[in-house]
Design a binder for this molecule. Structure first.
Ligand code: NAD
Ligand code: DAU
Length: 338
């Protein structure tokens, strides 16, 4: 089936990987990328896509109804929406929560209102396992786990989940929610653990490990996440929540040491630094619902996809350098004014 699809936040890490997936697997779809190009948005992630005739970039902020209207004008009424746009970094939310509330909460409501007005047929809200809070040494997050967010970031995502749920309940809105664990792969902004550690190790710079390094995250290759989102968009039940994860639980220190070993760098580069305030101890996802109901399974094994990711960053030194020195923003500033 050929669809018209608005993707918000398509210049970011997961959004750009999703656009690559659509270009490969749904080449007939009309795709509109609505992105404000914050520090996390990088059009260089989309170089191979921008010339496609059925792809349109709309420079706009989801908090601004007039700018959201431009995306709907390009996509047409009755389109579908996949909503990635968000402030996504926990440490930044601890420094200042306001942008998280305005984009993740207010922006999502603006998008929901516009989506209702334009008769959107499906709306996938890309959320996170962090809304469930933190686990002890055992157990998994299921879709029934109580929502107990611990950071301003996860609290703002939880609020946005509730707004989508409320739209479904009150307005019979065709919303679906996904909650995925930590992603890694190409085009991730090097403020997040894996790309930061690869970048620093490559330059023999210190690798800052928070606390004792024993916090556990459940890692999923970004392509697997994107394929799960596509499955939810095409086959998911309206009003439902789908957890996404691949049972790859590792302590941060294991990840950091594996990166150092793969790059042939010494463990003396590890620097233990002050812990993140309110640092969640462990995340682990039970993804049996999406596996059972939609037939999705991760295709990538962690042992293969981490080295693949490391090789990608090694082969993309120019991309990484331009992100690290800010050149990626200067290049687009004259075109888009921020
Ligand atoms: P990211 O920070 O790399 O990208 C966010 C994108 O949203 C950027 O392109 C940015 O320019 C855009 N954006 C931000 N504010 C905007 C606004 N007001 N209007 C329009 N565009 C705006 O994020 P990511 O890591 O790709 O995450 C994408 C989504 O997936 C987020 O909703 C996040 O909560 C969720 N998620 C992320 C992970 C992960 O491990 N990264 C895991 C689970 C869920
Ligand atoms: O679980 C899904 C979430 O995963 C997403 O919703 C978020 O958008 C995404 O940023 C990610 O959140 P985390 O806080 O888990 O990711 P981050 O890469 O920031 O940190 C991963 C772990 O590594 C965490 O325990 C903190 C630690 N860490 C992180 C950084 C940046 C370090 O020890 N040192 C660091 O420098």
């Amino acid at each position: 089936m050929t669809l018209s699809c608005i993707v918000t936040g398509g210049a970011g890490f997961i959004g750009s990987n999703f656009l690559h997936l659509l270009a490969e697997t749904r080449p007939d779809w009309k795709v509109v990328n609505l992105d404000a190009l914050t520090y996390a948005g990088n059009l260089e992630n989309l170089k191979s896509i921008e010339a496609r005739k059925n792809y349109t970039f709309v420079h706009g902020d989801i908090r601004e109804p007039d700018q959201v209207e431009k995306a709907f004008a390009a996509a047409g009424d009755g389109c579908v929406v996949v909503h990635f746009a968000a402030e996504s970094h926990v440490d930044r939310s601890i420094q200042s929560g306001i942008p998280f509330v305005t984009t993740n909460v207010v922006g999502t409501q603006v998008l929901l209102d516009a989506s209702r007005k334009h008769g959107v047929t499906r709306f996938v809200h890309v959320s996170t396992d962090e809304v469930y809070g933190s686990l002890g040494d055992t157990g998994f997050f299921t879709e029934e786990t109580p929502i107990q967010p611990n950071s301003p970031y996860s609290a703002s995502k939880a609020a946005s989940d509730f707004l989508v749920r409320a739209a479904c309940h009150t307005h019979h809105f065709p919303g679906l929610i996904t909650r995925c664990s930590n992603n890694y792969g190409p085009y991730q902004f090097p403020e997040k653990l894996i790309p930061l550690m690869i970048a620093n190790a490559s330059e023999s710079k210190p690798l800052p490990v928070y606390g004792d390094g024993m916090n556990v995250r459940d890692w999923l290759y970004v392509v697997d996440h994107c394929e799960a989102i596509l499955a939810v968009l095409e086959k998911g039940r309206v009003g439902d929540v789908y957890n996404i994860g691949g049972h790859n639980e590792y302590p941060n220190l294991f990840i950091v040491k594996t990166i150092l070993k793969t790059l042939g760098r010494p463990e003396s580069l590890i620097h233990y630094v002050k812990d993140r305030p309110g640092h969640d101890r462990r995340y682990a996802i039970d993804a049996s619902k999406i596996e059972r109901e939609l037939g999705w399974r991760p295709r990538y094994k962690f042992e293969d996809a981490l080295p693949l990711t490391i090789r990608w960053y090694q082969s993309q030194t120019e991309w990484l350098q331009r992100v690290r020195n800010g050149a990626y923003r200067e290049y687009y500033a004259h075109q888009y004014g921020n």
